[in-house]
Design a protein around this ligand. Sequence first.
Ligand code: NOJ
Length: 549
Amino acid sequence: MNTTWWKEGIVYQIYPRSYKDTTGNGLGDLDGIIEKLDYIQSLGVTMLWICPVYQSPNDDNGYDISDYRKISSDFGGDPAFDRLLAAMKKRGLKLIMDLVVNHSSDEHYWFQEAKKSKDNPYHDYYIWQGNDPQQLPNNWQSVFNGSVWQWNAATEEYYLHLYTQKQPDLNWENPQVRQEVYGIVDYWLNKGVDGFRMDVISLISKRSSFSDVPATMPFIDVMEKVYANGPRVHEFLKEMHEEVLSKHDIVTVGEGPGVNLEHGPRYVSDKEKELNMVFHFDHLTIDFGPEGKYDPVPMDFIRFKAIFRQWDQALAKDGWNSIFLGNHDFSRIVSRFGNDKEHRRTSAKLLATVLMTLRGTPYVYQGDEIGMTNVAHKSIELYDDVETRNAWKAAEAAGKDMEEFLKAVHWQSRDNARTPMQWSAADNAGFTSGKPWIPVNDNYRAINVEAAENDPNSILHYYRALIAFRKAHPTLIYGNFEDLLPSHPQLYAYKRWDQGATFLVVHNFGDQPVDWEDLPEGRQCRFGNYSQQAANSLAPWESRIYQLD
Ligand code: NOJ
């Protein structure tokens, strides 16, 4: 197993528009991140991934980029970026940028040109099909609802957008497009960034037959079998590695919708020279029902454990996992995998313990370190997210029971993770002196950083101590992994070991205590989220880390 800094480090993910506003315009900005660097560093994290901050019309909050070399003035523009990077370098913190190159914004100069005429030099930068405004090229559905095809009158054809109409997909078959991307990557690397999280990178190579998908195929399968892992994706990634990435000591993590156990190892194999890590979504789509995320089904805990076990096995010898339970696209982890009511504090600590003790690089999403929870707005009007809103419209059009649908929105909306960071009990949670771009979660008076700092038993202090514990024990980073109770309905117990040490980690994922006879007698429990521990039983949401050797 090769050792390296990005395996040993811990990533903190920032959604900049919701982190800290220094100007009073209600939007977080890069100076806000600078202001919080002491706090960030105090967590013990070593890398920051910041969601897109480039110039964008913000149809999808920055995942629609209109200038890849410019930082949006919303976030403080290029000077603020340079300040942030310099401040981070001084502290030895690494910066991971979001690279969104499956699609651009329709307001990007390339698309503005491309749509003018078929002989425009940029026309072939995008993907065009069909010639009849009454006849869609195929039945593909966008991730954000509706057809993936949008008619362009000037050229009398459709362009492809797997996300919103304002996010036309780039044509990676065109070598010039690939050179443009490598130029962008090079630009940021030369500025000194330390890596990239590559947005939906599994989708860049299209199956250009564009055949219809079977009408009954669940969307999750369409993603895996039709949109993702296309015929040239590995070739493109190898080319990018060869041309630009390999020249720098950086980290790359590819967002991989549709990346499964069959394809995953190829993306991250040391030998293949493509990416360092991927984010697969097997565990985050675990509660999607037959009709997708807004048709949720109960979580299958045994499957949840199996997913981590299988991915660990798949990458045990070659490759590396990313360990994450949420991000800006999913609900809050304590609400989804823990119990955000009577066991919020304990279950948030348990989830932290999971993140820090599995084999792979852990990713902590902003606010999870204080146990921020989902929101439950009474009306769809209070939701901002384009995906949530489009899903709502589609459900209305399909005649769904909208009261039930609102419950699904409460459970699954991406806005759950996008409410402003809760810094204090002051107005707007201390996030802004103006009107926040999205409502603050009402519980901010109780759940906030300031309160957590003042409480020795807080989730925040637990994160700090746990991160320090992980960093002090390389076994927890590189050591072997074995799931000891794969079919237990409530306990998650595993061993991590190498020549240096052996740890037993055990978690009770439930509201009821569970007896377990195999808790090691007379062994030292090195870390846990309860101050008193029973000999043969685990309390609700209890986590323990024992050192056996
Ligand atoms: C994944 C991003 O994380 C998400 O926020 C975005 O909407 C889509 N990719 C499209 O870029």
